[in-house]
Design a protein around this ligand. Structure first.
Ligand code: FES
Length: 107
């Protein structure tokens, strides 16, 4: 299992486990992480699974594709340089210990 840390806007940290091959969003949903809405279920049409990847992890993730980049324009909280849509991050063993920050709201 892959350990994942979600840090809320208020600093509260939720640590969960994810399965390789699942998305970061799926791991968050399964563990009922507060702050990930994921209204579209991962079909890249809602931008309510927005996270900001901790700087030390950002370079270790594959780059966002064009469709993800386009959808990041629709996040409720303005995107940051390290913003990603968690449904587009596939979990691999290399991401064990991943740290992401949650926006104050997804709406
Ligand atoms: Fe809708 Fe990620 S869950 S874009």
């Amino acid at each position: 299992m892959i350990t994942l840390h979600f840090i809320a806007a208020d600093g509260n940290t939720q640590t969960v486990s994810g399965k390789p091959g699942h998305s970061l969003m799926q791991a968050a949903e399964k563990a009922k992480v507060t702050g990930i809405a994921a209204d579209c279920g991962g079909s890249l049409t809602c931008a309510t699974c927005h996270v900001t990847v901790a700087p030390e992890w950002a370079e270790r993730l594959p780059k966002a594709g064009n469709d993800e980049q386009a959808m990041l324009e629709f996040t409720a909280v303005p995107r940051e340089p390290n913003s990603r849509l968690s449904c587009q991050i596939a979990l691999t063993p290399e991401l064990d210990g991943l740290v992401v920050h949650l926006p104050a709201t997804q709406y």
